[in-house]
Design a protein around this ligand. Structure first.
Ligand code: HEC
Length: 537
């Protein structure tokens, strides 16, 4: 690993330099990698995204027939890696293209025996455009040639010069700065603060044991009042505030803006759950969640109904508050119903909180629908349970459990075996070893355990971040962290369902528990009856 090499060499050089009483500044400069200049940053976009900051399209040509593809489909990073070290893929070996390596004064001998003389900046530029090495030999056609604007090529070369020494924002040789976002006030401020203290305690616990590859973890907190505040925090101009990644953001009111900023800033986030559906992975490259969101829970509920409930061609009613994104999430459920041949589906969206349309309630009392998928909150759930009870519970009800809150305890007796709730996680997911690990950490760090559910969620998200950092290794970058997270398969936090990610998966515990209720047992452990985990893929 060249970066480690360099630092070793650096250390040796340092000792010699010290012995000679010279200034060890060279090495100090190397450790504190300067931020990219605007030109280098543009070059990085060419390297990573294959997109042209100058606006002139970049085109790549493959193979002997010069098959044309857009630059976005042939990014340097996709073959040579984000770090430029090159990784062997299906027999082809994209070279290590870090600057000292490309510029070796004696040229290169490639693994396939091809030899060529040393590059200069000029011959490197022409190689990019025609694939001909210094000395006139044609290179291997598995390296595309590019049509690229002269300004973009200059930017790209400026970035290639920085490739081996560039450290992403928020990392230094001794520290990784992680950010977290919390509510600035209001009812959830206290909960946010408890989560922050939990993560801080966990980080401090890791630091006392040497940190991660010698780097300590520090936590920087943002409490944005407005989206402009949040944007300032995430774009944080000052290098001494820049964060490498975010953990456990807890700003529900600003979630969609947060998502956009994260993708724009290429800032990895590991959070317990998302309020919004994760449909297009490409739009969610940097966001990793622990638990399924509403969309996946709706899907799981629909699967449960179609696979396990004794219903024949039910008249289906869907009731939902008209909030951002909710209507869109229902399409998947309808598809699942239709695939079973259940076509009698009616959808009712309602606006004012707590106001389920009278007609819809009437239908439930009359037994006018056999299956109800309900997405409301606590107040509406209360109204609904009453209407169901009044009608003798002729309707089977499917609903995500968390939004219904305490109203669940008012499920009428007649609804036993008729109500099915989904939960992204249950207390049963917590294993004894996971809990004792957490308790031991809390004791060492004198962390008061006051809101266990919130604390364990924040702790589990932080644990996944730490797992990703460990896998990413000493030669850390945001891209390496993403690659490492994408490699996590059935990771056991000890406190949640098993967590897996991959290139197309950003929800670790992708599914939900289906839970029935026994209203007779309200207030006791027997109230919730877990009926198993259903995957949402
Ligand atoms: C589809 C994969 C692929 C893509 C995309 C790609 N390369 Fe390459 N690159 C290669 C391979 C394979 C080689 C080795 C070719 C050979 O042996 O002649 C190579 C060689 C090189 C070399 C010569 C290194 C040497 O040792 O002589 C440079 C420089 C280089 N690539 C830079 C880039 C840059 C910059 C980009 C983006 C604009 C890029 N490559 C995109 C696969 C790729």
């Amino acid at each position: 690993m060249p970066r480690a090499d360099t630092s070793n060499r650096c250390r040796t050089a340092l000792i010699i330099l010290l012995a000679l009483l010279s200034l060890p500044l060279l090495c100090a400069q190397k450790a504190a990698a300067a931020p990219l200049t605007p030109q280098e940053e543009r070059g990085r976009q060419v390297y990573v995204n294959g997109a042209s900051p100058s606006g002139v399209p970049i085109l790549a040509y493959f193979g002997k027939d010069l098959l044309e593809v857009p630059g976005e489909s042939a990014t340097c990073a996709s073959c040579h890696g984000y770090d430029g070290l090159g990784r062997t893929e299906s027999g082809v070996i994209p070279s290590n293209i870090t600057w000292p390596r490309i510029m070796k004064s004696y040229g290169h001998i490639h693994p396939d025996g091809l030899e060529h003389g040393p590059f200069t900046v000029e011959s490197l530029k022409s190689y990019m455009e025609d694939g001909i090495y210094p000395g006139g030999r044609q290179g291997d056609p598995s390296m595309p040639v590019y049509r690229i604007d002269a300004r973009d090529l200059d930017d790209l070369i400026a970035y290639l010069k920085r490739l081996d020494s560039y450290l992403d924002p928020g990392i230094s040789d001794s520290r990784i700065r992680v950010g977290t976002l919390l509510p600035s006030g209001g009812p959830s401020a206290e909960l946010g603060e408890v989560m922050r203290r939990t993560i801080e305690a966990y980080f401090s616990d890791i630091n006392t044991r040497g940190g991660i590859y010698g780097r300590s973890l520090t936590l920087t907190t943002g409490r944005p009042r407005t989206t402009a505040d949040m944007s300032r925090f995430l774009r944080s101009m000052a290098p001494e505030q820049e964060v490498f990644a975010l953990v456990n953001s807890f700003t529900p009111a600003m979630e969609s803006e947060l998502g956009n900023l994260i993708e724009e800033q290429h800032l990895p986030l590991i959070a317990p759950f998302s309020l919004f559906p994760i449909e297009d992975q490409l739009l969610h490259r940097y966001r990793f969640y622990l638990y399924a969101g509403l969309r996946e829970q709706i899907l799981v509920l629909a699967r449960h109904a179609t696979n396990s409930l004794p219903l024949k061609n039910p008249r289906i009613q869907i009731l939902y508050p008209e909030r951002e994104g909710l209507a869109g999430m229902l399409a998947t459920a309808e598809e699942i119903f239709r695939s079973k041949g259940w076509k009698d589906i009616s959808r009712t969206g309602y606006t004012a909180a707590g106001e389920i349309p009278a007609a819809a309630l009437e239908r439930l009392r009359d037994g006018g629908s056999d299956l109800l998928l309900f997405l409301g909150g606590e107040t509406e759930a209360g109204t609904l349970f009453k209407a169901l009870g009044d009608g003798g519970c002729a309707t089977t009800l499917l609903m995500p459990g968390v939004p219904a809150g305490k109203a669940i305890y008012s499920i009428p007796l007649s609804c036993k075996d008729k109500v099915w709730l989904s939960f992204p996680s249950l207390p049963d997911d917590r294993k004894e070893w996971g809990l004792s690990e957490f308790r031991a950490m809390a004791a060492r760090q004198q962390l008061a355990v006051t809101h266990p559910t919130a604390q364990l969620a924040a702790y589990s998200a932080a644990k996944i971040l730490v797992e990703g950092l460990r896998r990413a290794g000493r030669n850390l970058s945001r891209e390496r962290l993403l690659e490492a997270l994408e490699g996590i398969f059935e990771f056991d936090t000890g406190l949640t369902p098993l967590v897996s990610y991959n290139k197309n998966r950003r929800i670790g515990a992708l599914g939900a528990h289906i839970v029935g209720v026994d209203p007779l047992q309200a207030g006791s452990n027997g109230f919730f009856i877990p009926r198993g985990w259903i995957a949402a893929q």
